[in-house]
Write a protein that binds this ligand. Structure first.
Ligand code: HEC
Length: 111
């Protein structure tokens, strides 16, 4: 009985961890956006409005049909903007780990 409970716990923990990894952690993404990314995204982007700073305000971003660069909105297109930058935005390919990018994407989806 005890053994079964233990295995169930281990299994569900593992499942939860891999799920969290695949989907990204929006809370961590928020910290990256506001502070941890170098330079922080918040220097150039409002997260709580569509008002332009240096870059476009990102509120409601994932509900838009297209990105500023003309690409259709998708996770892949957003990832490309973060990694490669362009149009005045720096690329983060060198400075962010893949897990950071996944967390940022999870956060951007909540805006
Ligand atoms: C130095 C200023 C600057 C920083 C720092 C910056 N961006 Fe940007 N970002 C821009 C500009 C300018 C654009 C508009 C590019 C264009 O028009 O194609 C942009 C575009 C974007 C877009 C596409 C928005 C749209 O409506 O098409 C996303 C998403 C984005 N940035 C996310 C981020 C994230 C996440 C970070 C931090 C990891 C970040 N940016 C850091 C300036 C910046």
């Amino acid at each position: 009985m005890k053994k079964t409970t233990l295995w169930a716990t281990v299994a569900s923990t593992l499942m939860f961890t891999s799920l969290a990894f695949a989907q990204g952690d929006a809370a961590k993404g928020k910290t990256l956006f506001a502070d941890k990314a170098e330079p922080s995204c918040a220097i150039c982007h409002n997260a709580d409005s569509t008002e332009k700073k240096m870059g476009p305000g990102l509120k409601g971003l994932s509900k838009r049909a297209k990105l500023n660069n003309g690409k259709k909105m998708s996770e892949a297109a957003l990832k490309e903007v973060i990694l490669k930058g362009g149009g005045g935005m720096p690329g983060y390919e060198e400075s962010l780990k893949p897990a950071d990018v996944t967390d940022l994407l999870a956060y951007l989806k909540t805006l």
